[in-house]
Write a protein that binds this ligand. Structure first.
Ligand SMILES: [Zn+2]
Length: 453
């Protein structure tokens, strides 16, 4: 493998210069010019790689997604990443300007360094190194670099549907992933979905004097009573029929979860809590974090909530709920089950307004893609990687992976705990970046041969 490392070393300065150039575009969702600059840069860089490039319109004025395919061979690998970034403010907290990439102590500081220009470019550089070391890529590597990730990828599902044949592959690598706080390389085999809902209920035409409470209905009480039917005292979701759709974790998933180093005491200390829900132990808490659906009151609003007193009977009440979804729950299914659950209890007057929804994605931990990545990580990083069957957060993986018929997706990237993602002084460790290129080369070589050990 030293020949891969040597090849990377040969190109290190140029790769770093390219990275800095890519990071110079202020491709925030509100910056049309910055987005266009970054999109053009990706298009050109893929063309330099000799990729078959297509600029996929997301519709209207939306920033396009760039598709590029390199290599030949029976098998194909899909790569998802994005060229848009979070705004850098508060600007005064940056130690160097966010769009002038600066190296300090072996770290490259700039907005987008890890999220997600680092992942994007590492994969381009990996294809180049592969060719330099072994010759033509023995698989078809399909780059998909979108420009709307930081605003929730509003056009992604439609785009994936339109171009399913183009995007389908034998496996997919997703953005994110990297080193944990004990320097163990970490993969995630999926993400949870989400159903974000607003429940609204109205009472009188306007807020009333609270003296009328004996005769006028109070929507706040009614909403609270309805909400109390959604979970029991043990924190189990009690929406009729919902848990019946939850796929229980497999023995293999539980085995990987048990191997995840998890310090519950430290986490509780960080959060200022004495105990997890139900006083759960670490193992159960972690398994639940990874595999259980959620029903969370994100915010409640009704009546008078300012400083002081105002005796008022509210005319309306509203709650924002999010359900994190695991297989086989979908946003549509959860919304329907919740509607039926409320109707059955007479709460037909509570309106449900779906705000955002995404299906979750979870790859089989025994999928060749995952096993190949584990073997490549073992070889390159020199230790057994940590494998999460799913991330606790949500993302649009399903639309581009399982949704188009790709069997499995895996989160693997250049993150580390000190990266300051979405915050001032975002940075990537350069050693991680170049090591990741080595990992990707090794991974692609094995994946092309379907070599899983
Ligand atoms: Zn990202």
């Amino acid at each position: 493998m030293s020949h891969i490392r040597a090849a990377i070393e040969t190109h290190r300065e140029r790769f770093l210069a390219e990275f800095c150039e890519f990071l110079s575009f202020p491709s925030e969702s509100s910056n049309v010019e910055g987005l266009a600059g970054a999109a053009d840069w990706v298009t050109n860089r893929l063309a330099v790689l000799d990729a078959r490039v297509q600029v996929l319109s997301a519709g209207g004025d939306a920033p396009p997604a760039i598709f590029g395919e390199v290599g030949t061979g029976a098998r194909s690998l899909f790569s998802y990443s994005h060229y848009d970034v979070q705004p850098p403010d508060p600007l005064e907290q940056w130690e160097s300007p966010p769009y002038q990439a600066t190296v300090r102590d072996g770290k490259l500081y700039a907005r987008g360094a890890v999220d997600d220009k680092g992942d994007t470019l590492a994969r381009i550089h990996a294809a180049e190194i592969y060719r330099a070391v072994y010759g033509e890529l023995p698989l078809r590597l399909k780059f998909f670099v979108e420009g709307e990730e930081e605003v929730g990828s509003p056009h992604l599902a439609a785009l994936a549907e339109r171009h399913a044949d183009l995007l389908r592959a034998d496996g997919a690598i997703w953005e994110g992933g990297g080193f944990d706080d004990a320097e163990r390389y970490t993969f995630y085999c999926g993400v949870k979905g989400i159903a974000y809902l607003e429940l609204r209920i109205r009472g009188a035409a306007y807020d009333l004097h609270s003296g009328y409470a004996p005769m006028a209905p109070n929507p706040a009480w009614r909403l609270v009573r309805a909400l109390s039917t959604l979970k029991d005292d043990r924190d189990n979701i009690t929406v009729d029929g919902l848990l019946a759709h939850v796929r229980p974790p497999t023995a293999a998933e539980l085995a990987y979860i048990r191997r995840i180093p998890f310090d519950g005491a430290q986490m509780k200390a960080n959060w200022g809590l004495d105990a997890f829900v139900n006083g759960m132990g670490d193992e159960e808490a972690l398994a639940r974090f990874i595999t259980a659906p959620t029903c969370t009151i994100c915010g409640l609003r009704s009546g008078f909530i300012e400083e002081g007193e105002k005796t008022v009977l509210p005319s309306a009440a509203m709650v924002k709920l999010d359900f994190r979804l695991v297989p086989d729950l979908t946003p549509e299914l959860v919304t329907r089950l919740l509607r039926e659950h409320l109707n059955r209890r007479g709460y037909t007057d509570i309106e449900i307004h779906p705000a955002a929804g995404m299906v979750g994605a979870r790859s089989d931990v025994n999928a060749p893609l995952v096993q190949t990545a584990i073997a490549a990580a073992r070889a390159v990083y020199g230790h057994e990687p940590v494998v999460y069957p799913s991330h606790g957060g949500s993302g649009p993986m399903h639309a581009l992976v399982q949704g188009v018929g790709t069997p499995a997706g895996l989160i693997a990237g250049v993150c580390y705990p000190g990266m300051r993602m979405h915050a001032p002084n975002e940075n990537v460790r350069l050693d991680d970046y170049f090591r990741h290129i080595e990992f990707l080369v090794e991974f692609m070589r094995r994946f092309a041969d379907n070599e899983t050990t």
